[in-house]
Design a protein around this ligand. Structure first.
Ligand SMILES: NC(=O)c1ccc[n+]([C@@H]2O[C@H](COP(=O)([O-])OP(=O)(O)OC[C@H]3O[C@@H](n4cnc5c(N)ncnc54)[C@H](OP(=O)(O)O)[C@@H]3O)[C@@H](O)[C@H]2O)c1
Length: 355
């Protein structure tokens, strides 16, 4: 029997730019679904860099270092949103949300009440797109509202915290392999291979019949080998010195920074480079001769084509993908979860359970 939503809910608010002290657990009004929207009772969410990037102001073009070196106070906030906009506070973050439809707005079929759903975080409006939890209130709360099309029905035996590990990372990784046209028999190099997007990209690339080398901390080698990775090299290894030129068909990169130019060196002529992140630094050295003399293609990946979320849900349902949950925290412990996440000693995702 569905309970009517209460007038107030618990939520984790970001109250301003800065350190984890800006995260405040509070009671706020439960949102009401607008026309065309559903109210989702959330049970699972996940930790992502983008929440930390927004908090510390890393998306500001004034920042040129890695996320870890970004000062956690007094960032230039006028362009601290991922799309170059300023942010308002307080706000509810959280790109990944899983739960059950608990209310429907005008124009939405009441038959959707009680459906188990995973939230597609890309809120589309014609050619424009907003990101759930960055541009709109997200999943760090007991309830959220999204357009009915973004609450995608899912049938699986994984629990809500487990399926909440998928949307942001696995959609970004599917976007990477799709744009770079990863295909059977190819050799693919994946940086940040132990992380959320990296482990997702490993799974997608292997599912397409490619072989994968991952850049990751050597302590994570056995976990990545168990996923099917052929070889793991550390961040301190120069892939160009290790493999020589032209060794890979595709590079999928979420790290950037000092390794970037070597990532183009190891691509064969006509190779594909795709990026969805720059955790080691967004400003890189590009030798244009490498780009044009080898006929390389560079892809930037953030807003994926609409059909990819359906492909993601299908791959969860048919067992192509497995959730890699390294640790689980209750929502109120988000600051501790982010602190552990930033230590980068885990493989896969850290997820949140919502009371
Ligand atoms: N465009 C999009 O839609 C989208 C979506 C999701 C994420 N992203 C971005 O993609 C990047 C990776 O995200 P993720 O969720 O996969 O991150 P993650 O889970 O934190 O994994 C990133 C991995 O990169 C490695 N790494 C290499 N250099 C690093 C450095 N200087 N500092 C910290 N870690 C470093 C670490 O692994 P080892 O210690 O094993 O080397 C780390 O585990 C982030 O910049 C994120 O903002 C973009």
């Amino acid at each position: 029997m569905l309970q009517p939503p209460p007038p107030s809910m618990q939520a984790l608010l970001l109250t301003g730019h800065g350190g984890p002290e800006q995260l405040v657990y509070a009671v706020v009004p439960t949102p009401a679904p607008a026309p065309g929207e559903v109210l989702v009772r959330l049970y699972g969410a996940a930790v992502n860099n983008t929440d930390i990037n927004l908090r510390v102001g890393w998306y500001s073009k004034s920042v040129t270092g890695s996320t870890a070196t970004t000062p956690a106070a007094e960032p230039t906030s006028a362009d601290a949103g991922w799309a170059g906009n300023a942010l308002s506070f307080p706000r509810i973050q959280g790109a990944d949300g899983a739960g059950t439809i608990a209310g429907v707005g005008p124009g939405v079929d009441p038959a959707r009440l009680g459906e188990r759903v995973l939230i597609d975080p890309i809120l589309r409006d014609g050619d424009a797109a907003r990101y759930f939890g960055s541009d709109t209130p997200g999943a760090f709360a007991q309830y959220t509202t999204v357009p009915t099309a973004n609450a995608v029905r899912i049938t699986t035996t994984w629990n809500d915290a487990e399926i909440a590990s998928f949307p942001c990372s696995y959609l970004a990784a599917l976007h990477l392999v799709t744009r770079a046209r990863v295909s059977r028999g190819q050799r693919v190099l994946i940086t940040g291979g132990s992380g959320g997007v990296g482990t997702a990209a490993v799974q997608w690339a292997l599912a397409r019949g490619a072989s994968v080398v991952a850049v990751a901390d050597p302590t994570k080698t056995s976990a990545l080998r168990a996923l099917g990775v052929t070889e793991v090299i550390g961040r301190d290894t120069d892939p160009a010195a290790h493999y020589g030129a032209d060794a890979f068909d595709v590079v999928l990169d979420v790290v950037g920074g000092a390794m970037f130019s070597a990532l183009l060196t190891v691509l064969r002529p006509g190779g594909q480079y795709a990026t969805a992140g720059a955790i080691a630094g967004p400003v890189v050295a590009l030798d244009l001769r490498t780009l044009y003399l080898k006929d390389l293609t560079l892809h930037g990946c953030t807003i994926p084509p609409a059909p990819l979320f359906g492909q993601l849900v299908a791959a969860i349902e048919d067992g192509t993908l497995q959730p890699l949950v390294a640790a689980t925290y209750p929502l109120h412990a988000l600051a501790a979860a982010q602190e552990a996440f930033l230590r980068k000693q885990h493989v896969g995702k850290m997820v949140l359970t919502i009371p």
